[in-house]
Design a protein around this ligand. Structure first.
Ligand SMILES: *[C@@H]1O[C@H](CO)[C@@H](O)[C@H](O)[C@H]1NC(C)=O
Ligand SMILES: *[C@@H]1O[C@H](CO)[C@@H](O)[C@H](O)[C@H]1NC(C)=O
Ligand SMILES: *[C@@H]1O[C@H](CO)[C@@H](O)[C@H](O)[C@H]1NC(C)=O
Ligand SMILES: *[C@@H]1O[C@H](CO)[C@@H](O)[C@H](O)[C@H]1NC(C)=O
Ligand SMILES: *[C@@H]1O[C@H](CO)[C@@H](O)[C@H](O)[C@H]1NC(C)=O
Ligand SMILES: *[C@@H]1O[C@H](CO)[C@@H](O)[C@H](O)[C@H]1NC(C)=O
Ligand SMILES: *[C@@H]1O[C@H](CO)[C@@H](O)[C@H](O)[C@H]1NC(C)=O
Ligand SMILES: *[C@@H]1O[C@H](CO)[C@@H](O)[C@H](O)[C@H]1NC(C)=O
Ligand SMILES: *[C@@H]1O[C@H](CO)[C@@H](O)[C@H](O)[C@H]1NC(C)=O
Ligand SMILES: *[C@@H]1O[C@H](CO)[C@@H](O)[C@H](O)[C@H]1NC(C)=O
Ligand SMILES: CC(=O)N[C@H]1CO[C@H](CO)[C@@H](O)[C@@H]1O
Length: 870
């Protein structure tokens, strides 16, 4: 029986003023505001990678009735069906209800599924192929359970603040590394036949104050969610960048976020959805709301929202901003017919992009319970039947999981104790090496930290099919080697630990961790975001003690991001430090592979290990700063987060972004830069076609009533129908009767041809195609100067040269396998986007006059080779 944390989602005031009204108010109060961008862009039939899907979608949507279109766009309500979200079915045309489900490291809340390493751990491999294979394997598992839209990957949070709770679900605070992670994962998921969902769009950088109900539950008296105030240049050069890569990779869906940007909610912010995502990036798929992130009906449709999740205004109210309201709004002209057609087109085009046919196999699990039998309509308690078929979808993914976690493990320090070779005596110390005594899945959504940490908490989790602890795997290895082995799986057995690790010939391996997760779970006072950057449960004391008693102390850290290790990292008795991220189900095997050199470590840190918390600059906002109004989080550091901030402030760090050691050594030489013949940049001109509509519909309200008495109406289920031909009563909207002209922003229902943005691609998703022209190829020779074969992550950085530019920015990387004594050639590419800045005046990318320098090196602060670009 699964516990569902519905209680965490407390009710909040749902009614919202139209965005247009907000603007006047916000200007008066001198808060950041978001400019209106209307109308909502309609699909482009010629978009690269979408044309075939468009034709199939048009054929399907043209046959749909208005009620069917509304069904497709509106969730059926929280816990109304099997998945974490589903929309209405189209039985007449043979399409079953589509299943939207979590997500980023495996399927949530099911059984016989795998628990993969986190996105952040995958990022630490810097291995495009492994990222792709991870995306593909997760996609296959989802497909095998009947999931149609998998709610990942994550580029928001990007990782502005190291303490932010959900950074581990995504990849890295560097937009290029995250962009690669997004693109590879999207391709993997979609090649496996499920629609990927890039989330959370955008500025969703912390958990605190993301939802009013949640914040109130924690005693914060606010009436609006956090506003992430982000300037246009920072938006383009940092936060939007990896989302652009997802669009370019063909992602089928996006999830808009809970919090506001410039005091306008993510799921009704027209600048974000209409402007940046659909106009500028040319996104052709659909935008679905985060769960309860929708706060308005028609205005959200006009701002670019295409699917309401989970469909009810708040969980289990039985009413919806869409559903019946959307049917009425189309009938009375508040939402133009082309907009609902475009919503349906976007959903069906994304569907046909990954699926051959609308004949889908049934969903064979229920998120709400692991029982075999139960109500199919969980919230209503109706439809008792078999709800779980316990289908085993794991295939041979365990091998891949073990490989990713080993290759994503970063060897931060090694003075020679590693790799281990039949050590005489291994002493493993720490709670983080052992099991959770209550079982690996004992805390719902992993909302606790007991035993070894292999994933964070929240909706981005999966149930473990098993969890190999470091203790179990290291003991098995020790026995095989004939070593002596003892472990103490608590942090607090001080005298016993001392007695053990002070013995002769001991290799002490200390396991420590730091956890975080999603805001609906408050664990030990951490409301999603970490309260501190230190190790949990006296981890620092444990490390300090063991290293005082033992001159061969190896430290392994499992964490959701950087931790402060300044107090002990440089002790001569600490002979090695490894960051093993969040490794997933094969944890113990993966770390054993690395410690014993079966895998030569090649992971590189996807974030900076600062000496102090303050060193990172931006931090989580823990207390409201705007009275009862929306807490204001100004992203005033601009593009300077993580290594860019440390570089700007010129502060030393413990381990820099991109750092990671190997058991062999590499030498870099011979940088060469070749200029490519890309033509000049051409801003896009011209206009779109006028908005098309597909099919027509009757305006006789009696055609939209609930079918008849026999209709199997499910309690609190969201339907597209009207319960009376009086639209005011059918809607129940307290503000019913306002016309589009009265409350919708100008151009909200305009269907005329619209000008194309210069930075947009005419037919190319991801922005102006010329941004991706290759301007330079950079090569370098990398020699393995050690004794064993190894993989080296070669990193290409650029200095854009301007006074406001970061010292260097990562722009490309490659992972090369090199035999001892051999030299391999690294090839990195620089696109026009890589060398450009966003110009707020021309609203386009431009290459500045400043001298540009390219660097090739082993990390962001070990840049041995450089050349000036002509
Ligand atoms: C937010 O406001 C800043 C400052 O006016 C502006 O540059 C930016 O484009 C706005 N972004 C959004 C999404 O409204
Ligand atoms: C809408 O979806 C529900 C099930 O989710 C289904 O019962 C109903 O028939 C659908 N309505 C239409 C008009 O297709
Ligand atoms: C799920 O399993 C059931 C029972 O084995 C099967 O009928 C169905 O086709 C499966 N669904 C998918 C999507 O494979
Ligand atoms: C919230 O704050 C307002 C004033 O800022 C006050 O009127 C109201 O009573 C407070 N609500 C709670 C639940 O504390
Ligand atoms: C329509 O939306 C309003 C909020 O705008 C809500 O109060 C009402 O209950 C909704 N009606 C239905 C039938 O869901
Ligand atoms: C882990 O769970 C066990 C069993 O419930 C409990 O005794 C122990 O205190 C827990 N440890 C921590 C650190 O929460
Ligand atoms: C940091 O937070 C963790 C988790 O709540 C806690 O175990 C640890 O003691 C805290 N560290 C400090 C220095 O307070
Ligand atoms: C290193 O360990 C030895 C015991 O093997 C101890 O005597 C010494 O004080 C330790 N050094 C440090 C810096 O902790
Ligand atoms: C229609 O439903 C609304 C609530 O959704 C309710 O207030 C109203 O009384 C219903 N009307 C009829 C005629 O059943
Ligand atoms: C049209 O319907 C929508 C949704 O129920 C409602 O919000 C709006 O007030 C209606 N407008 C008119 C003019 O009836
Ligand atoms: C194999 C090995 O390292 N043996 C050492 C164990 O410890 C004693 C006492 O320090 C040494 O004398 C051995 O050489």
């Amino acid at each position: 029986m699964q516990l569902i944390h519905a209680a965490f989602w407390l009710p909040f005031l749902a009614a919202r003023a139209a965005p247009a009204d907000n603007h006047a108010q916000l200007i008066k109060r001198d808060l950041a505001y978001s400019p209106p961008v209307y109308p909502s862009p309609w699909m482009n039939p010629e978009a690269d990678g979408w044309a075939e899907a468009y034709v199939k979608a048009r054929e399907f949507v043209s046959q749909m009735t208005l009620l069917e279109k509304v069904n497709l766009t509106t969730g059926t309500g929280w816990a109304s069906e099997q998945c974490v979200g589903q929309v209405g079915a189209i039985p007449r045309l043979g399409l079953r209800s589509l299943c939207m489900h979590d997500a980023p490291l495996g399927i949530r809340g099911t059984d016989y599924n795998s628990a993969f390493p986190s996105g952040q751990t995958a990022a630490a491999t810097w291995d495009r192929q492994l990222m792709y294979r991870r995306g593909y394997a997760i996609g296959k598992e989802a497909k095998g359970k009947g999931i149609n839209v998998i709610l990942g990957p994550v580029a928001g949070p990007l990782g502005r603040m190291p303490a932010a709770g959900r950074n581990w679900e995504g990849f890295s605070p560097d937009p290029v590394l995250t962009g690669v992670g997004m693109a590879e994962t999207v391709k993997g998921h979609q090649d496996a036949g499920v629609i990927a969902c890039a989330k959370h769009f955008i500025g969703n950088e912390q958990e605190h104050f993301r939802q009013v109900g949640e914040a109130r539950g924690y005693g914060f008296n606010i009436s609006e969610t956090l506003s992430s105030n982000i300037d246009d240049k920072t938006m383009h050069e940092l936060y939007l960048w990896p989302f652009a890569d997802a669009v370019r990779a063909g992602v089928g869906s996006f999830m808009c976020s809970y919090q506001q940007v410039n005091n306008s909610y993510g799921c009704q912010n027209s600048k974000l959805m209409n402007g940046l995502l659909k106009d500028e990036l040319g996104f052709q798929g659909f935008v679905l709301s985060d769960w309860q992130a929708q706060h308005t009906g028609a205005a959200a449709a006009a701002a670019g929202l295409d699917m309401s999740m989970p469909g009810d205004t708040e969980f289990n109210t039985g009413v919806s901003f869409w559903g019946t309201n959307l049917t009425v709004a189309v009938l009375n002209g508040t939402v133009p017919a082309y907009r609902i057609d475009d919503m349906a087109m976007r959903i069906m085009a994304a569907f046909f992009k990954v699926e051959k046919s609308i004949e889908l196999d049934p969903i064979n699990f229920s998120f709400w319970s692991l029982d075999t039998y139960g109500p199919i309509h969980w919230a209503a308690g109706e439809g008792y039947q078999q709800i779980n078929y316990h289908v085993d979808v794991r295939a041979d993914h365990a091998n891949l999981i073990r490989e990713i976690a080993a290759k994503g493990t970063v060897l931060l320090k090694n003075t020679g104790s590693l790799p281990l070779n039949k050590p005489k005596f291994v002493a493993v110390i720490g709670e983080d090496a052992g099991p959770n005594p209550n079982g690996p899945n004992s805390c719902a959504d992993r909302g606790c930290n007991n035993g070894t940490l292999a994933m964070g908490w929240g909706s981005g989790t999966a149930n473990f099919p098993y969890l190999i602890t470091p203790d179990a795997a290291l003991q098995a290895q020790a026995i095989k080697d004939g070593s002596r082995y003892e472990s103490i799986l608590t942090n607090y057995a001080s005298s016993q630990t001392r007695a053990l690790v002070s013995q002769d010939n001991v290799t002490a391996i200390v396991f420590v961790n730091a956890d975080s997760g999603e805001g609906y779970i408050n664990f030990e006072g951490n409301m999603g975001d970490r309260n501190n950057l230190t190790l949990w449960r006296g981890g620092d004391n444990l490390v300090k003690n063991v290293s005082r008693w033992c001159s061969n102390t190896i430290v392994v850290i499992h964490s959701t991001g950087p931790v402060l290790i300044s107090e002990w990292y440089d002790s001569p008795n600490i002979t090695a430090i490894l960051w093993a991220g969040l490794p997933g189900q094969e944890s113990g095997n993966s770390i054993t592979d690395v410690l014993y050199g079966k895998v030569n470590p090649s992971g590189k840190s996807p974030f900076t290990w600062g000496a102090t918390r303050e060193g990172y600059g931006a931090d989580v906002l823990y207390t409201p700063n705007n009275g009862e109004g929306a807490p204001q989080q100004d992203f005033s550091e601009g593009v300077f987060i993580d290594y860019r901030y440390f570089d700007k402030a010129n502060t030393s760090v413990i381990y820099e972004f991109g750092h990671g050691l190997s058991y062999t050594t590499f030498e870099y030489s011979n940088i060469q830069v070749t200029k490519k013949n890309a033509g000049p940049y051409k801003p896009t001109t011209g206009q779109t076609a006028p908005a098309p509509t597909f099919g027509n519909f009757s305006t006789d309200l009696s055609d939209y009533l609930f079918p008849d008495e026999e209709f199997p109406y499910v309690y609190q289920y969201i339907y597209p129908y009207l319960n009376t031909t009086d639209p005011r009563n059918a809607s129940g909207d307290p503000h019913f009767g306002q016309t589009a002209e009265e409350f919708m922003p100008p151009h909200a229902i305009d269907d005329s041809p619209q000008p194309l943005l210069p930075s947009s691609g005419k037919n190319s998703p991801g922005g102006n195609q010329a941004l991706y022209d290759i301007l330079y190829e950079v090569t370098a020779d990398i020699t393995n100067t050690g004794e064993i074969v190894g993989d080296e992550v070669v990193q290409l950085y650029v200095s854009l040269g301007g006074p406001d530019d970061p010292k260097v920015v990562l722009r490309d990387f490659g992972k090369l396998r090199i035999e001892p004594g051999q030299t391999a050639k690294f090839r990195g590419l620089l696109t026009r986007r890589d060398l450009s800045n966003w110009d707020v005046v021309s609203q386009d990318w431009v290459i500045s006059e400043h001298t540009k320098t390219v660097f090739v090196g082993k990390s962001s602060r070990d840049l041995g080779l450089s050349a000036v670009l002509e």
